[in-house]
Design a protein around this ligand. Sequence first.
Ligand SMILES: Cc1ncc(COP(=O)(O)O)c(C=O)c1O
Length: 423
Amino acid sequence: MIIPGSAVTPKVRGDLAADFDVGRVRQDFPILGEKVHGKPLVYFDNAATSQKPQVVIDAVHRFLSTYNSNIHRGVHDLSERATEAYERGRKKVQRFINAAESREIIFVRGTTEAINLVAHSYGRKHIRAGDEIVISTMEHHSNIVPWQILCEQTGAALRVVPINDAGELQLDGYEKLLTPRTRLVSIVHVSNALGTINPVREIIRLAHDRGVPVLIDGAQAVPHLRVDVREIDCDFYAFSGHKVFGPTGIGVLYGKAELLEAMPPYQGGGDMIKTVTFERTLYNDVPYKFEAGTPHVAGVIGLGAAVDYVGGIGLEKIIAYEHELLEYATNALSAIAGIRIIGMAQEKASLISFVLDGVHAHDVGTILDHEGVAIRAGHHCTMPLMQRFGVPATARASLAFYNTKEEIDVLVQAIYKAIEMFG
Ligand SMILES: Cc1ncc(COP(=O)(O)O)c(C=O)c1O
């Protein structure tokens, strides 16, 4: 395992990880003091949703209890304060992913809605019968189904990049799929089922060499990597607030300004217009053109607090510490007889999917739950990927920076219990 795309030496990484005070950080997350079935909670379901630090809870609480109001249209004090906080949230997200302008940040419900927005708006405008859209074998359903719907509606076709047995995208296979018919590439940054970190800079460069725009599904990347949309030069980047320690129901679509400007609206309604008559509607400027209706104001404020919090800890320290956790967990789990880890990419985020001989993933999940350990069992919304590995489901432990090696020890003991009961 290599630290994602960085030139950080093991020594620097070790120093960064040693400088990370996990005990102190855990105090920021009230839920981590909870008990489940009488046992201390060990939360390893971070890829599904992450826990929230007190600063996020407080920011949302403060908004709802002291200046809750609708935004943009109000002339009163509360509305002005809410509007300022909402637009401040946009600027915080802009800085977090290093977008060139705040109007390139569009607030949506989550990664799923962000991808659907691009499929509807960009897709319907630019994609025709005979065109091709390139995705990969390791996509989440939310980066498959919107494109299938678009293909059904337009007569375009999906092309799927193969992966190897370690769960790494095959770049030569990818290049072969880029043809004069390719209109869009949409690839996941970090796989939610394997942990694989894809070489997005290279993927984007190869597409751009042929004039093809690229959407990156960053749902699992933003909590674990430093994402710089200008450095990777993606055209669209999608992520969800709830996976990066913010609230549910809020997410982000980043798009290059010139692309967003040229795209038609996704939904019609209030706020996305300048003027309306029964004959004709003049649409609002970007980003408001894509934010029809009352947005999730509390969600944006919470997300702003979350990205500030992550930035305050420092992503380099988070990356280094999570690397140590992943290494520790991989060694500990690999030592268990009858376990098979699905996804052994060279570049990997802190997530381990596994199957146990003779024990169904759901049974593993249930036994672990009784030990206070929350993992996820199932297909992880990646059914084609499960087929690729010939398994119906995996058990998945996904780690965050507030997890510890001691918690991994609890996981390992609980897996032995599952083997004892079912194996
Ligand atoms: C890689 C990936 N893409 C997309 C999604 C969808 O995110 P959301 O349900 O927040 O829209 C997820 C959620 O698990 C994911 O892991």
